[in-house]
Design a protein around this ligand. Structure first.
Ligand code: DNO
Length: 349
């Protein structure tokens, strides 16, 4: 087996049309990335549920060492009176996950929304479809209500609750959000050091503020500040190429070279920038988009990266339907491409 880097694949559990059997047949995949999806944010995940995920993965010869995501309750991001109590629940979850063998927890600190796109199935000339982002179209939407639905979004809010949440953020600017992130990490990172689990914050996607909501994990400047909050390497990142790469000012290879020990998890996906604050998602190979996937994988290999990688959003190809970005075929092609790229790179170093 080629050294370093563990290739993984995201699995949404029993409701995922992409079954574990199919994932196990993709060459080079070592493990799954998953989560307990039906426990409300702010509650502890029952250990049996986590153990069952692990047992199912192991039964297919796959590991389960990466959780994506343990969601951070909005009250923690807002710094509400119950933020510390909710952070203690998050820490309790980390202890349980570590006990079951989880090594990395991906999370994000984006207010209200997770990733955002304006189109879920943009038709491409070759007949495939891809997710796309056009800032003007996004800003024309009503943030308290959208017909779009993306995997990973918390859809438990009513329209009224959503309005209330958006209004609550009018008191939280980016400085306040940084304070609240600092307070959260200050409580959580010592637990990570104790139990041997790494936190990997996902960058904001896209990496800039929207709807007046602050977004702070957007590139190198934010990373410098993030790492200064808690110096332990357990306070690390998920390097999501497609998220960071949507801002052409982000130098991904530079970020990898500057902070190799902070990267625990990589979402190796490509996008094609089509205009100012406009992009569409692309197949993984360098030639298909705007990002230098070879350069990114090479920088990781040169720095001795031995963490987890997963292919990220794929197009819908060969007539497949499913969760936007999370079909089988294009992600499987992506995984095979990335595995081949990696083998070529490490064997020639
Ligand atoms: C989208 C994903 C995100 C990611 C979260 C991590 O496809 O990359 O939803 O899982 O932001 O917390």
């Amino acid at each position: 087996m080629t050294r370093g880097m563990k290739m993984t694949f995201r699995w949404y559990g029993d409701n995922d049309p992409v079954t574990l059997d199919k994932i196990a047949q993709i060459p080079g995949i070592r493990g799954i990335v998953s989560a307990v999806y039906d426990v409300p944010v702010g509650e502890v995940w029952p250990v049996e549920r986590v153990e069952s995920l692990k047992a199912r993965a192991n039964g297919r010869g796959l590991t389960f060492e990466v959780v994506e995501s343990v969601p951070v309750h909005e009250h923690i991001k807002l710094g509400a009176p119950d933020a510390d109590a909710l952070t203690a629940v998050f820490a309790e979850n980390l202890r349980h996950l570590a006990a079951v063998g989880v090594k990395v927890v991906c999370y994000n600190f984006m207010p209200v929304f997770d990733w955002l796109r304006s189109e879920l199935a943009q038709q491409l000339p070759d007949g495939s479809t891809a997710l796309a982002y056009d800032e003007a179209a996004v800003l024309a939407m009503d943030p308290s209500f959208s017909e779009l639905s993306l995997p990973g979004w918390d859809e438990s809010y009513t329209r009224e609750e959503m309005r209330g949440l958006l209004a609550a953020y009018s008191r939280v600017d980016s400085e306040r959000l940084w304070e609240n992130l600092g307070r959260f990490l200050h409580a959580v990172i010592p637990v990570c050091d104790e139990v041997g689990i790494s936190m990997a914050i996902h960058p904001d996607d896209p990496p800039w503020s929207l709807f007046g909501l602050p977004r702070i994990i957007t590139g190198a400047k934010g990373y410098g500040r993030l790492f200064a909050l808690e110096p332990s390497d357990r306070n690390g990142i998920t390097l999501c190429a497609g998220s960071l790469g949507a801002d052409p000012a982000n130098d991904l290879v530079g970020i990898i070279n500057q902070w190799p020990r902070k990267i625990h998890f990589v979402h190796a996906r490509n996008i094609l920038i089509t205009g100012e604050r406009q992009f569409r998602e692309a197949a993984h190979p360098t030639d298909c988009g705007s990002l230098d996937m070879f350069g990114i994988m090479r920088a990781l290999a040169v720095n001795g990266f031995d963490g987890y990688v997963r292919p990220d959003h794929g197009r819908m190809i060969w007539g497949e339907t499913g969760k936007p970005g999370y079909g089988l075929y294009d992600r499987a092609l992506g995984a095979a491409y990335l595995t081949g790229l990696w083998e070529g790179i490490v064997k020639s170093l």
